[in-house]
Design a protein around this ligand. Structure first.
Ligand code: ADP
Ligand code: MG
Length: 472
């Protein structure tokens, strides 16, 4: 099929990208990949090689290792020739989203060139300019977190707000709020050194630095930042050695009155694999939770997000979405986009509830199944029911009063979440076979022990689920 050769390279790349995204299962995976895509500054084609430039040196390596072969097959699927190749390079000319040349001059060594200094800050991931306080709708579910974020902007580095730790379920606006802090502080003072990155990127970058024996330059790089924002710190649980490094960076920044902001899907105390001393640092400033928005807030968010959409989305459609999609704002936005596309294709049709329910069926079905339990939540609900500590659940102690809650928590983790065995084993600090054994043992006991079954139901209801929510 020679028709393929005529597709211009930009189109080919875009197609390959959509094909790749469509192969990803979870929203989390998609948003991670999109974050890396957002660091691509340009894609050019030289003969049969796609040269992909990134704004961040680390991203070039990561994309190469992680995605080169996948992209290659997607390019083929998109209609590209079989012998296409891909190269990833750091775009030396790309100005990082936010850099701070002047003020830091005092701290940088005299011989450092501008390019070197810029690379100091090239780790920051770009901030989404739309994530501002103006675009953030305030409601009872988020007003405390919003006020705290605004407090940071008013007084960055001030002790009561440092660090600011925002936690809450996925898609509830943590990243938006965090980046709003970055955007606003940058507007107020363009000379501030601002660094935003996900804990996962941070960790990977550290591992890379160690591999290339550049730990020292990694360390220095993060000591010169005025505002460090680390998104999704639950990922730090994966790197024991990095926690030590992070602890030191954290202390150095805090002592220098630099601001630190973090987000996580759970409260600091529910991060069992993070060292105690780090947790107490996390709790040492201000901890705020974002909860699921109520109906009024959902509707207000939808109104805000639909401003400027043409043709306009009628109120009844916004109300329908607010009524039916409750779990997270990201899903509401997806539903809104779908309605908007439908509307632009067919502006005359009245959007009746029947049409909306058909149109948004996917979202509504997903909503029904949406119960994203974390292992930490499960452990803490079980610990509470049995009046033991999470630490005891994670310990090796084998008294029956600990074995039952431990195994029950494993059972819920295995049967009521989509988490894999390796992750469960890691978060319970046990081997795979111990987890499998624990799950089997509870399964057998549930058949005959009414009391255990009642305890299970009680814990599930504490977690907001029922026996019938069992996935496996
Ligand atoms: P999280 O980081 O908690 O998973 P995000 O910050 O990525 O969630 O938010 C998901 C989407 O929902 C973003 O597009 C964000 O703009 C939007 N959003 C969440 N809460 C609000 C809010 N209160 N007002 C406006 N938009 C919101
Ligand atoms: Mg986020």
């Amino acid at each position: 099929m020679n028709e393929t050769i005529d597709i211009n390279s930009k189109q080919l790349w875009e197609r390959a990208k959509s094909i790749y995204l469509s192969t990803l299962q979870s929203d989390d995976e998609k948003s991670q990949v999109e974050r890396y895509f957002s660091m691509i500054t340009s894609v050019t084609r030289k003969a049969n090689v796609f040269v992909i430039l990134t704004s961040n040196a680390y991203a070039a390596d990561f994309l190469k290792i992680q995605y080169a072969s996948k992209f290659k097959s997607c390019l083929n699927l998109a209609g590209g020739e079989n012998d296409l190749d891909i190269e990833f390079k750091f775009d030396e000319t790309a100005r990082p989203a936010i850099v701070m040349p002047e003020i830091q001059q005092i701290n940088v060594s005299r011989n450092e060139t501008r390019a070197e200094r810029i690379s100091t800050f090239s780790s920051t991931m770009p901030l989404n300019e739309e994530y501002t306080f103006d675009e953030f709708v305030r409601g009872p579910s988020n007003s405390w977190a919003l006020a705290a974020a605004q407090g940071v902007v008013a007084n960055p580095g001030k002790s009561g707000y440092n660090p600011l730790f925002i936690h809450g379920g996925t898609g509830l606006g943590k990243t938006h709020l965090m980046q709003a802090i970055g955007n606003e502080l940058h507007k107020k003072n363009p000379h501030l050194a601002i660094c935003y990155l996900t804990a996962e990127t941070f960790l990977n970058e550290y591992v890379n630095a160690l591999k290339n024996t550049q730990a020292e330059s990694f360390r220095n790089r993060y000591r010169n930042i005025d505002l460090l924002m680390v998104d999704d710190v639950q990922f730090l649980q994966k790197g024991k050695q990095f926690q030590e490094e992070f602890f030191n960076t954290f202390n150095a920044l805090q002592q220098a009155h630099k601001q630190i902001v973090m987000t996580s899907d759970v409260a600091p105390k529910n991060l069992p694999l993070i060292e105690e001393r780090l947790i107490s640092r996390f709790e040492g400033g201000m901890v705020q939770e974002i909860e699921s928005p109520n109906y009024e807030t959902r509707l207000a968010i939808l109104k805000k997000k639909s401003e400027g959409m043409t043709p306009q989305i009628p109120d009844n459609a916004l109300e329908y979405i607010a009524d039916n999609i409750k779990s997270h704002v990201r899903a509401m936005e997806g539903a809104l986009r779908k309605v908007s596309i439908f509307r632009s294709m067919d502006p005359a049709t009245h959007l009746s509830n029947e049409i909306l329910s058909r149109l948004l069926n996917d979202f509504i079905e997903k909503e029904k199944n949406f119960k994203k339990l974390t292992i930490e939540e499960i452990q803490s609900a079980v610990a509470k029911k049995y009046s033991v500590d999470i630490g005891q659940i994670l310990s090796m102690e084998r008294t029956q009063s600990l074995v039952t809650p431990r195994q029950l928590a494993m059972y819920i983790a295995r049967k009521f979440t989509t988490k894999g065995l390796p992750e469960i084993a890691e978060l319970f600090k046990k081997t795979h076979s111990t987890v499998i054994h624990g799950v089997k043992s509870i399964e057998k006991r549930l058949d005959v022990e009414e009391e255990l079954k009642a305890s299970l139901e009680e814990v599930l209801s504490e977690l907001g689920c029922k026996l019938s929510d069992k996935i496996y």
